[in-house]
Design a protein around this ligand. Structure first.
Ligand SMILES: NC(=O)c1ccc[n+]([C@@H]2O[C@H](COP(=O)([O-])OP(=O)(O)OC[C@H]3O[C@@H](n4cnc5c(N)ncnc54)[C@H](O)[C@@H]3O)[C@@H](O)[C@H]2O)c1
Ligand SMILES: N[C@H](CO)Cc1c[nH]c[nH+]1
Ligand SMILES: [Zn+2]
Length: 428
């Protein structure tokens, strides 16, 4: 049963603290395991990767890469209508992300001085695609397409292999449509370690992106620094703000859509209406009965699901800004007018006809988003995650001569006379 709680401003921070604090003991066992996996792949390379695949995924492989033939077979297995939909979604994602591309710029700061910033793509990127409990072709598109738009030269997708040695055909078709350069059959922490450190058969990458379970997330945390990562994406979250005009049936459907991801997913309704609260509670009960992932829904709705009743919309937005949800649906009259009130949310869905799954699959914006309150300081995955910048500096002789004494003085103040000499020697 989805619980209803009436809350006031004084309770906001305590409620949110409780919701977002992580139980560090839960990670102790996972962390030890993940560190062992990373260390043995660093020590033993391919041999260790094959061992973990056999032990954890139940497959005996002699090649870590998906072959061209396997990709062709996948295209035969996947129905044509889905292939067309994947292509259209790829197009929408590509179109949206093109607006994010950062460009190099140069300024002529006086005669003989050019300053600028050169933007270059990261050369080699790894994309983790989850594939344990379910396959996520949408996640393939969301992670590979922005990397392509950024101009990344080599994109390696890695995803768990099934016990029969194959990879889910939908994932393979999506990877091919998105333009991945190679696909590895390595899931979990072993997939992350393989990408981060490389082996005899796999080239290491410079950055790893993509969501996954706790083994994947903790492995990303441990390899960060040796490679870059995008973020640690936790369990999915949706928060709906609704006034008295919203439709309880639709609110319930949207809460259940995120709750079905896994037992840890979180679905929250913040409303000003007691009637809406009661009707949504009832609707969630009714609709759950007709859904296939009933067991997951029962756990996530009971444990993390909540309906919070607040006094007015001002309070609703204040609570939501503190919560900083991954997805925020604004189901109130005049949703556009509320937009300036939203400071912290990964993705904002306005009005009754912009449900969250529209963003998961099709509209174009990325579905890899900051979770667990991190939308307070981070952004959706985007083209900018695959680009980096170099400063560019040019002074001619005359321009340097004009500032020569100042730089020498500055360097001497730091006690760095070799720095001062580097400038001085040009004018001796
Ligand atoms: N944020 C997003 O955009 C987004 C998108 C899709 C999926 N997800 C989330 O990603 C997660 C996917 O999880 P999943 O488990 O289905 O797939 P996964 O691919 O993340 O994990 C499966 C891998 O974990 C390994 N593993 C499982 N148990 C292990 C153990 N005890 N020790 C070591 N390794 C182990 C398996 O060998 C397998 O290779 C879900 O929580 C889902 O909600 C998030
Ligand atoms: N809602 C998930 C996290 O944003 C993404 C997803 C993939 N497939 C369906 N949903
Ligand atoms: Zn989803």
């Amino acid at each position: 049963m989805l619980k209803i709680e009436s809350i006031d401003q004084n309770q906001f921070s305590t409620i949110i603290e409780e919701r977002t604090s992580r139980d560090s003991e839960t990670y102790e066992v996972i962390d030890e395991r993940v560190k062992n996996i990373i260390n043995s792949i660093r020590d033993r390379g391919d041999a260790a990767v094959f061992d973990y695949i056999e032990q954890l995924d139940g497959a005996k492989l002699d090649n870590l890469f998906v072959t061209e033939e396997e990709i062709n077979q996948a295209f035969e297995q996947v129905d044509d209508e889905l292939i067309d939909i994947l292509q259209e979604a790829r197009h929408n994602i590509d179109n949206y992300h093109r607006n994010q591309s950062e460009k190099s710029w140069y300024t002529n700061d006086g005669p003989g001085i050019w300053l600028g910033q050169q933007v270059t793509p990261i050369e080699r990127v790894g994309v983790y695609v989850p594939g344990g409990k379910a396959a996520y072709p949408s996640t393939v598109l969301m992670n590979v397409v922005p990397a392509k738009v950024a101009g990344v030269e080599s994109i390696t997708v890695t995803t768990p292999v099934q016990a029969d040695g194959k990879v889910n055909p939908n994932t393979l078709v999506a990877a091919s449509i998105a333009g991945a350069d190679q696909i590895l059959k390595v899931g979990g922490a072993h997939g992350i370690a393989t990408l981060a450190y490389g082996t005899e058969s796999v080239n290491k990458v410079y950055k790893i992106v993509g969501p996954g379970n706790a083994y994947v997330a903790r492995a990303k945390k441990f390899v960060f620094g040796d490679v870059d990562i995008d973020m640690i994406a936790g369990p999915s979250e949706v928060c709906v703000i609704a006034d008295d005009q919203a439709e309880p049936k639709l609110i319930a459907a949207d809460l259940l859509a995120q709750a079905e991801h896994d037992e840890l997913a979180s679905s929250i309704l913040v409303t000003t209406s007691k009637r809406i609260a009661n009707e949504v509670q009832q609707e969630v009960e009714t609709q759950t009965k007709n859904l296939s992932r009933k067991e997951i829904l029962d756990v996530s709705i009971t444990k993390q699901g909540r309906i919070y009743l607040v006094d007015d919309l001002e309070n609703a937005f204040e609570f939501v800004n503190e919560l900083a949800p991954e997805h925020l649906e604004v189901l109130v009259e005049q949703p556009f007018e509320q937009l300036p009130k939203i400071k912290n949310a990964g993705a904002i869905f306005l009005g009754s006809y912009s449900p969250e799954p529209l963003g998961d699959y099709f509209a174009g914006p990325n579905h890899t988003l900051p979770t667990n309150g991190t939308a307070k300081f981070s952004s959706p995955l985007g083209v900018y995650d695959f680009q980096k910048k170099s400063s560019v500096i040019y002074y001619d002789k005359q321009s340097l001569e004009q500032v020569n004494q100042k730089i020498q003085k500055f360097a001497e103040a730091e006690g760095l006379d070799a720095h001062a000499a580097s400038i001085r020697k040009r004018f001796e």
